[in-house]
Design a protein around this ligand. Structure first.
Ligand code: OOB
Length: 547
């Protein structure tokens, strides 16, 4: 046994909600788990692919073997510095080879990374540290993360180890450390391997424990659903720490098959199209707002991007018009992905009927996922009807980490996760996301779903992007605010009302206020962030006091 291995397994599982005995037995009986550590992705490939390039960024590239050696050297140092198996470490890095090296270093040392996104600020990071009592913070050492490092170094009672990847006077860098002997601790594959952070729309993100077994299974089923192979070269454009980029099938999925990952720290089409041409990229994943920009950019960007054969789009609703434009511009590449850090992944496949790909978010990719679509009272809706999606399965959490109160209302008594997503399922078992259950405007007692108005407005030929939000109103309770990015000609509130009336939308659903903008605020991963949509005075519409 390694001296730095935890003796008491219970410590590793404190605050973590396991599967029910029935689930555990079913999954074990059917051998769906591999019962190996997540790092086996790397060690398995080193045996096969000693000389193949695994990762590449602007600065360097590394074979599988070099990657393992670097990760093990850092892991050894982390152990020597006193971190022990099960300790939590917040990892906050831009897309680069270092991200993967440090991710695997933590895995090899049995440390559990909290996958912070580069856009998270001190408020979010401190929240992650407080919940997890993390001992370590590892960051890229850029200006914003250095400020966070300073803050944690001086004002956190749990953080004892701060490292920056680029050397910095005050902090240690673990790059170029001496080769030392290293032996990984024995891993319990049913314990958390990493914590993803929730992408929820309210409050601070919650921590989502993902076990070695569950995440390996997630990677495997996503890789199968996306038909990727050792020949694939994946471009990591969205933040690497996000579930979509990391494991659906993403960076880990492509590496698990012996493929190659290229990192971009700039999502712009000019930059990424050059990378696609130079590296013969075959697959990537984007959020809809970015996919729309890439699609438009093909009109003036000259790079040859014909190597791309899988364009995954997910994270928020892809409008029908954008899906059609993508299918036209990148023929036979589009895969819609409806996923969540909490676990469930639903997607189409590139060889599905083009109409299915354009109009639905796809189907379950694992026979072990159970779903229910329920009405507001929790009863199953009739076939084809809309309702909230509840889900349970091998990749779906049974509880947020150390969040008993949240867990009471986020899960049913029999362990189904309440996603908060409004969906419907057609006769081919295809799921369409129709909105969020809480995304409604209560205008003078009428409940109006914002997504219905958004969907209509997005079918307007002069509208590029839209967000419909509830604006507090002294008399009506709430009124309907619309923030718009127009394509080339500006529209007025009258134009919108006229258009919506022509679609026979009820009078009470007509927008009350319009703000034309050049861009819409985005979340850490690039989804439109409704909480921060500005009203005409520039202040966020939601959360304003009555006027
Ligand atoms: C992905 O994960 P998260 O955790 O950042 O966000 C999950 C939420 C879902 O509950 C849903 O509200 C929304 O994002 N969402 C979609 C969607 N994909 C995610 N809404 C409509 N259409 C879609 N295609 O966003 C995520 C994780 C793994 C793979 C892909 C996305």
């Amino acid at each position: 046994m390694s001296p730095l291995q935890r003796v008491n397994n219970e410590d590793l599982l404190e605050g973590f909600v396991p599967y029910s005995t029935d689930q555990q037995n079913r999954y074990e009986k059917n051998k769906i788990f591999e019962n190996t550590p997540l790092w086996s992705i790397l060690t398995d490939n080193v045996k096969l692919q000693e000389t193949n390039i695994a990762i590449k960024d602007d600065v360097r590239s590394m074979t599988f073997k070099e990657l393992l050696i670097s990760a093990d050297n850092i892991a050894a140092q982390l152990q020597q510095d006193g971190l022990i198996q099960g300790d939590r470490v917040v990892l906050q890095m831009l897309n680069s080879c270092d991200f993967v090296i440090y991710f695997f270093a933590l895995q090899r040392a049995g440390l559990v990374p909290i996958m912070a996104l580069p856009a998270h600020g001190i408020t979010e990071i401190r929240h992650f540290v407080d919940i997890s009592q993390a001992k370590g913070y590892i960051c890229d050492g850029k200006e914003n993360t250095l400020c966070i490092a300073d803050e944690l170094q001086h004002n956190s009672s749990s953080i004892t180890h701060v490292y920056t990847v680029t050397p910095h006077a005050q902090y240690r860098s673990l790059n170029n450390i001496e080769k030392t002997l290293f032996s990984p601790p024995k891993i319990d594959p049913n314990s958390p391997a990493l914590f993803l952070v929730s992408g929820g729309t309210t409050g601070l993100p919650k921590l989502i424990p993902r076990t070695h077994n569950d995440y390996l299974f997630n990677i495997k089923i996503c890789a199968q659903a996306s038909h990727i192979s050792a020949e694939d070269i994946y471009l990591a454009v969205l933040p690497a720490a996000h579930n979509f980029t990391l494991g659906c099938p993403g960076i880990l999925g492509v590496l698990s098959l012996g493929g190659k990952v290229v990192f971009s720290d700039n999502p712009g089409p000019d930059y990424c199209f050059d990378l696609i041409e130079k590296n013969k990229i075959t697959c990537t994943a984007l959020v809809p707002a970015l996919a729309q920009i890439w699609t438009e950019a093909t009109e003036w960007e000259g790079a040859d991007i014909s190597s791309l054969c899988l364009l995954q789009v997910g994270g928020s609703k892809l409008s029908y018009s954008d899906a059609i434009a993508i299918q036209h511009t990148f023929p036979n590449t589009l895969q819609q992905v409806f996923g969540m850090a909490e676990g469930l992944i639903v997607c189409t496949a590139v060889d599905d009927n083009p109409d299915t790909i354009a109009t639905t978010q796809g189907y379950l990719i694992s026979q072990w996922d159970e779903i229910r679509i329920v009405d507001t009272k929790g009863n199953l809706v009739a076939d084809g009807e809309e309702g909230e999606l509840l889900t349970r399965g091998p990749t779906t959490l049974r509880g947020y980490y150390r969040a008993p109160e949240n867990n009471l209302h986020s899960f049913t008594h029999d362990g189904f996760y309440r996603s908060g997503d409004k969906v419907k399922m057609d006769t081919n078992q295809c799921i369409s996301v129709t909105g969020r259950i809480k995304d409604v405007i209560n205008k003078a007692g009428e409940c109006i779903a914002t997504d219905e108005i958004e969907e209509y407005l997005l079918s307007h030929p002069k509208i590029a992007q839209v967000a419909v939000v509830a604006v507090p109103d002294k008399y009506l309770g709430e009124r309907i605010g619309v923030a718009l990015i127009c394509k080339d000609e500006l529209l007025t509130l009258q134009d919108l009302r006229h258009f919506l009336r022509s679609k026979h939308l009820a009078a009470f659903k007509m927008p009350d206020e319009l703000n034309i903008v050049h861009s819409l605020p985005k979340t850490a991963v690039g989804k439109i962030d409704k909480k921060r949509i500005p009203g005409p005075d520039g202040k966020p519409w939601i959360g304003q006091t009555f006027n």
